[in-house]
Design a protein around this ligand. Structure first.
Ligand code: NAG
Ligand code: NAG
Length: 214
């Protein structure tokens, strides 16, 4: 009786210790990435050159010809947690049309945009939720690095969703990217949509997000 109890205890100990040495399915499953939508999108607007236009509307415009951009946008992410690793900027344009974008989001023949990582000014508290993005046409951000280009679709319906990474690099508490229509293009271009990748309920996600901790 005591002999079989002894074996039972040994077996139980082995189940507990041996099981802990084998990875559980939860440990083997790929870790889900964390994502974050923009905190603010600043429109740099040549016809309102001193205005701070912060919201979540992404807008670009060029009239056509050399140096003809009149609207650029700075997409800013805040509150990226300390210790976050492997930050990536993702663009996510769903198959159009959607309920909130019943028509095309872009028009013209010059809808390729250049993407720049910018250097935000140092802040005493980088997690301050009340800071204002003070960027305007006359006070543009400081460009750090050209990172990629992306072409906004001018058709609707589109054939397929468009989702790709435009940048990857070191996480910072705040990350901002400037978008402007590429100046080598001859044609005019216009892009305009409301970025809903911040978890806006009921709207089809469209726009930019930071993906990290994958
Ligand atoms: C740019 O400024 C003009 C003039 O104030 C305004 O009509 C237009 O809506 C603005 N566009 C954007 C995207 O800020
Ligand atoms: C200046 C401005 O519009 N700031 C906004 C930035 O985004 C946060 C979060 O969405 C808003 O609370 C601020 O009002």
């Amino acid at each position: 009786m005591s002999f079989s109890l002894h074996h039972y205890v040994l077996l139980l100990v082995c189940i507990l210790t041996c099981a802990s040495a084998v990875p559980t399915p939860a440990e083997l499953a790929p870790r889900a990435c964390s994502t974050l939508g923009p905190a603010n999108i600043s429109n740099l607007n040549k016809t309102a050159p001193d205005a701070y236009l912060n919201g979540l509307t992404f807008a670009l415009h060029r009239d056509g010809g050399a140096n003809s951009n009149t609207i650029k946008s700075v997409v800013s992410f805040a509150y990226i947690p300390p210790g976050a690793t492997g930050c990536m900027l993702q663009i996510d344009i769903p198959k159009l049309p959607t309920r909130n974008n019943p028509g095309p989001i872009a028009s013209g023949t010059g809808t390729q945009a250049d993407v720049w990582l910018i250097t935000n000014p140092q802040r005493s508290n980088p997690y301050d939720v009340n800071f204002i993005y003070e960027y305007s046409w006359n006070k543009p951000p400081v460009k750090n690095q050209f990172v990629s280009t992306t072409i906004f679709p001018t058709n609707s319906p589109t054939d397929a969703p468009y989702r790709t990474f435009l940048w990857s690099g070191t996480c910072q508490q705040q990350l901002s990217f400037q978008f402007e229509l590429s100046d080598w293009q001859q044609g005019s271009g216009d892009v305009n949509f409301f970025n809903t990748l911040g978890g806006k309920i009921g709207l089809t996600p469209i726009g930019f997000r930071i993906v990290y901790n994958c």
